[in-house]
Design a protein. Structure first.
Lengths: 247, 137
């Protein structure tokens, strides 16, 4: 029989309790099992009422983000054996309201994400007959790192600024805005600047840098924000000294 | 069951945990960040100290001597030693973070971050050497 490990899982059933409690479950711990496998075992064998989000179990969908032993993690990419002999404490993502057990409300992030218009904006679309918008590999390199974001929100859970000020637009939304700003096919940087250069936008960030450390896709949101700060500062200097050159 | 459009009868009984005032003590990286932020107060003190020095120099020899003896007092000395260590923390963390904010291209290729940090340190060393030369000359 494989080794076993104890999961301490945060439970919150709004119809029964007003505070989060922890329940312990002993689950198998073969070396290929991740925390998500442990949770699935709990749901299948021990407590069918446990609620949590998951889908692809391969680090693509970004839905299984939770707090594992105090760190924001994708539970599908966090091996139980690494925490042996345990226990492993599984909590919902920090900085978000908890709806039930390990499920948090992501509405705030979804609204912020759409507010930065993370799609290609053209002043004028060219007709289909003229073919696709071409791009060189060098032009793609400019933004590709930021396009790896899977919206898992680990960066929001790691960001103390977002925890203290929920109005802060947050790391992933800014990184994704930069993904389109740096895309050679995009012409929407000006439209995005209004929301990004706001007090609750890039200037809310004090460069703690934790977002970059916890990102499972190596997006470097902190880098995206600082780059955008530099760009915006240079842009406003330019408009100050050369008002006639302002776009 | 109610006809209200809210999606469960328990909505919105969501749990929202408040961030503790001492959040920055819970993780070394948060603490390091706060140290970096606090270092700006010491940087400001060095600016004030420099202005006091300039004022003393402009007021003549006796004022300058008075400034020197004031600076030699244990309290001021300890404050300035602490300030120096914070200013060094400030400079080092600043240079280490620079590559994340600066993207430099040379001949169509992106300059690696380590080179950007190294050039910052190099510039620091050159300026420091210049200052030392000015003082000793």
């Amino acid at each position: 029989m494989a080794e076993r490990i104890t999961l301490q899982v945060a439970r919150y059933r709004p119809e029964e309790q007003s505070e989060v409690t922890f329940e312990e479950y002993e689950v198998p711990c073969p070396k290929e099992w991740v925390v998500l496998d442990g949770l699935n075992y709990v749901k299948d064998q021990l407590s069918g009422s446990l609620s949590y989000r998951w889908s692809c179990r391969m680090g693509i969908c970004g839905s299984c983000g939770m707090t594992v032993n105090g760190e924001p993690k994708l539970t599908c990419a966090t091996f139980l054996a690494d925490y042996s002999p345990g226990p492993v404490r599984v909590e919902p993502l920090r900085n978000f309201p908890v709806i039930r057990d390990l499920v948090v409300d992501i509405g705030d992030f979804m609204r912020k994400l759409t507010s930065v218009k993370p799609w290609i904006i053209r002043k004028e679309e060219k007709p289909l007959s003229e073919g696709e918008y071409l791009q060189t590999p060098q032009e793609m390199d400019e933004y590709q790192q930021f396009s790896m974001c899977i919206n898992c929100m680990l960066c929001y859970a790691a960001c103390p600024i977002y925890g203290l000020d929920p109005h802060f637009i947050g790391p992933a939304a800014i990184a994704l805005a930069q993904r389109y700003n740096l895309d050679s096919r995009d012409e929407g940087a000006r439209e995005r600047r209004e929301i990004l250069s706001d007090h609750e936008g890039i200037w809310g960030c004090t460069f703690v840098g934790e977002c970059t450390k916890v990102c499972p896709k190596h997006v470097d949101p902190a880098g995206a924000i600082q780059r955008y700060k530099l760009d915006t500062a240079l842009e406003s200097l330019k408009t100050f000294f050369m008002p006639w050159g302002a776009r | 069951m109610s006809q209200s459009p809210s999606y469960t009868e328990y909505h919105p009984r969501w749990i929202r945990t408040r961030v503790s005032t001492y959040w920055w003590l819970k993780r070394w990286s948060y603490f390091a960040f706060i140290l970096r932020e606090v270092s700006s107060i010491f940087v400001a003190w060095f600016v004030v100290y420099l202005l006091l020095l300039v004022r003393a120099v402009s007021q003549g020899d006796s004022a300058y001597q008075q400034f020197l003896s004031w600076s030699g007092q244990p309290v001021v000395l300890v404050l300035n030693i602490v300030t120096l260590s914070f200013v060094i923390v400030h400079a080092i963390t600043w240079f280490n973070l620079a590559p994340q904010a600066m993207v430099v291209h040379m001949r169509g290729k992106r300059v690696p971050g380590s080179l950007i940090a190294a050039s910052n340190y190099f510039a620091w060393a050159v300026v420091s050497a210049l200052v030392v030369w000015l003082v000793l000359e």
